[in-house]
Design a protein around this ligand. Sequence first.
Ligand code: GLU
Length: 282
Amino acid sequence: MPPEGRVTRFAPSPTGPLHLGHAYAAFVAAERAGAGRFLLRIEDIDQSRCRAHFEAQIYDDLRWLGLTWAEPVMRQSTRASAYRAALARLAALGVLYPCRCTRADIRAALSAPQENAPQYGPDGLVYPGTCRARSIAKAGPDDALRLNMRQALAHVGALSFTEAGPLHAPGQTIDPDWMIAQVGDVVLSRRDMGTSYHLSVVVDDAAQGITEVTRGDDLFEATFIHLLLQALLELQRPSYYHHRLIRDECGKRLAKRDDARAISQYRKEGATPQDIRLMLGL
Ligand code: GLU
């Protein structure tokens, strides 16, 4: 894809102030767009954690950093019908089932003597499959919806993607056995939200016509899940560019709670956007 046709996005969640790691992700996305289009998406499906003032601060900080994006901004809180439609398609393929297990239920099932040691993958604890035989037709309002990983993989066949970033080989193939063992039956619709991070990202990257997804390397393995969902939903497949993570002096990845590294804090202390770029090694 020539850079002039490239469409990239920055997709922050307004659950805290933007910090240096977000600034880096935004700069990378904008730079990779080059003469193409750089878009913004507010990932606010978790309304219990999102705040309007954080969203307002995101726009303000990005403008201050010198970034401009093509309108309109997509806000995931307005996209419920698109997520419902995607879930209906997956249900029709027979790869979803309802699940009522709490985290405590899952832990208890995994600690049963006949189980192997619990596996942690990119999506947390690998679900032991307690509800797998339940029919989607019997899903109730208190159910989450899970993807039957084995059936989903069988449905799509071999999966591969193009990595454009500097950290991984360009040709990536996805190992189905690894997906079953290490990822398992991921939740695609949380009972409190009617969607999940994985489903929303895939549906919205397609809706925004993203041709290259740029994001931190902590999401590299989540990309495998996204590839599978794109194949099931027959969506256009972007290429991926995973970038390095910005860490503190102790080598720890920056998180939202690291308010000391919030862009707004640096602004208050008189830093310039150029200072921020230098701190990020740009
Ligand atoms: N909303 C995610 C975050 O703030 C980014 C998701 C993505 O880039 O796919 O970490």
